[in-house]
Design a protein around this ligand. Sequence first.
Ligand SMILES: *Cc1c(COP(=O)(O)O)cnc(C)c1O
Ligand code: SF4
Length: 369
Amino acid sequence: MDSSSLQQNITKIDYKEKSWKRLVKESLTKAEEIAELTNQPVELIEKVVKVFPARINPYYFSLIESENDPIWRQCIPDIKELSPIGFVDPLNEEACKHGCVVHRYPTKCLFLASNQCASYCRFCTRKRRVGDLKKKITKEEIKEGIDYIKSNKQIKDVLISGGDPLMLSTQKLKKLIEKLIEIEHVSILRVGSRVPCTLPQRIIQDKRLQRMFEEFSQIKPIYLNTHFNHPREITEEAKKACFALANAGIPLGNQSVLLKGVNDDYNTMLELNEKLLTIKVKPYYVYFPDLVIGTEHFRVRVEKGMEIINKMRGRTTGFAIPTLVIDAPGGLGKTPVIKDNILSINDKEVVMRSYSGKIFSYPQPLEVS
Ligand SMILES: *Cc1c(COP(=O)(O)O)cnc(C)c1O
Ligand code: SF4
């Protein structure tokens, strides 16, 4: 599509002055509207969104500048998602669930609080769950999760994730944090949310949410890990949202995913991580994509990822350098990609030692990149 008609379509959907709830409501979800605005064949988009739902809110859509650019690739459905390569649940999370809690490491757990997001990422690890109304997290699962944490005294760190927990109403989120914070053996809480990136209005406009964080963080520390993948996502709005959280006493980190055609080059990664520091966000992890079905086209060679991140050392502030990790297939856990962990590496696979000493293989992408 020529860039001027795309530009016209982008400016047609206005996001300014709108409430965040309205932005969610006015998100592009239907194949016809996405196809029309992006000038793609509707049959193709239809086929993809039937399997993996779409949601692109007007703010995030407005960040697109041209067809197939780094923002487009993250949110516009792509026929390549129908490739059969990959696994539905590559980290084997369903096997270690107790209600909505995924408990893999002895002292910390994931608490899946919502299966909604402000925008659905085409490369999502939890593609199997997010956005599907039939897979909403139930009250019973939440209760079971809380009871599970209560009865497991070794859990010190609860990571509230999803989907996106900031898609819950402030009231619901408040009740949830209240319950978790009062569990004595839980010493820190973490929130994993892409909202500062994909819908910063949710945070900027909601003073009650900001006050809530301010009050809770007096009781126990609440960290928030967000998810920016490209420097163009770091806008004035994103900055306001992150500053508001930081002012409420929430230390901020970032987890990005190394994605082909989005951020798989040195300059983009460097700019992204340096820019994050200017909005008070400390780069935490960069993940290689999990082996999720429908995301093979995003994968990057292991050596290339290492080259990008290693090159940053000495060339920027150490504070800007995230840890490069592979979340080991099958659920063996997050493993930093550093030479000591690598047993062998070739065109087909990298064989690594996980934190617990177990050996695993992570395949290279099929296409040479
Ligand atoms: C990522 C993850 C955590 C948190 O891991 P950190 O390395 O401490 O950030 C906890 N539980 C599960 C199941 C995870 O996938
Ligand atoms: S915001 Fe996170 S959970 Fe939601 S679709 Fe994107 S990657 Fe998946």
